[in-house]
Design a protein around this ligand. Structure first.
Ligand code: URA
Length: 253
């Protein structure tokens, strides 16, 4: 089994545990949720049902979990002392954003500037991304931003599967704390973490919405692909962020 497969398997296990089956909720909660879902299923088409399911589960999980800020802080504290990867010197670059953010952007790994300043997406690619997010009309306050690997790989190489795997529990814990409605993997390294090693090329999967558990996974191009003028990247990222903006408006209704 490839380590990418294990990551996906772990992700599935995470979903089955973190979005617990109904019998783990109290009876009253179960009834309230099933009633809502029954009503929407009866009345609406598939897309609308999905939208409401994602929204209902997000609100439900936030209510169920209460304030996760302290938990997120403790996850970040534990993460900051992680030195599991022999080729990466760290220290881990921690994510930014608040629990309850609607959107989680997941990049690949920090670059030189990010590693120096200890903040994700603040170099050239990050600046481009935040400009494009702004132009698409998405408020920064709705975003939580993380990476699949938290330490800069030497020479900016792509993180190895084992490195992504080592970092995976941090990502899972953050998804658990934040409970985003939409997760946006930026680039193929991140897309594979969510959709498996055979996720496909960005050209084929960008802007598509995969519903896993209570979350929508919408992969798109990494801003670094736009900087190196990769074919279709700029237009693709722009279109997808506009789509994300519309989706966010709908989900916030
Ligand atoms: N590229 C990434 O994937 N992540 C960062 O934090 C910066 C650049």
């Amino acid at each position: 089994m490839e380590s990418g497969d294990e990551a996906v398997e772990a992700f599935e296990v995470y979903y089955s545990q973190s979005i617990p089956p109904f019998d783990r909720f109290s009876e009253a909660m179960q009834q309230a949720l099933s009633k809502t879902l029954e009503e929407v299923n009866g009345k609406l088409g598939k897309e609308e049902t999905t939208r409401l399911r994602v929204k209902a589960m997000h609100n439900f999980l936030l209510a169920l979990k209460g304030d996760r800020s302290a938990y997120l802080q403790s996850v970040k504290q534990a993460m900051s002392s992680c030195r599991k990867c022999p080729e990466l010197s760290g220290p881990p670059v921690l994510s930014m954003g608040a629990p309850g953010a609607l959107i989680m952007l997941v990049g690949e790994a920090p670059g030189e500037e990010e590693q120096k300043q200890g903040k994700p997406f603040i170099g050239r690619a990050g600046k481009l991304l935040s400009d494009m997010v702004k132009s698409a009309g998405i408020p920064q306050s709705l975003i939580y931003i993380a990476n699949t690997c938290r330490c800069r790989p030497p020479g900016n190489r792509v993180p190895k599967k084992g490195e992504v795997k080592n970092c995976f529990p941090w990502l899972v814990a953050e998804i658990d704390c934040v409970s985003p409605m939409v997760i946006v993997p930026l680039g193929t390294t991140a897309a594979k973490v969510f959709l498996g090693p055979k996720a496909g090329t960005m050209k084929d999967i960008h802007g598509r919405m995969f519903v896993i558990g209570a979350q929508v996974i919408m992969p798109t191009y990494h801003p670094a692909a736009v900087l190196r003028s990769a074919k279709g990247a700029e237009e693709g990222l722009k279109d997808d962020l506009e789509k994300l903006s519309k989706l966010t408006d709908i989900l916030r209704e």
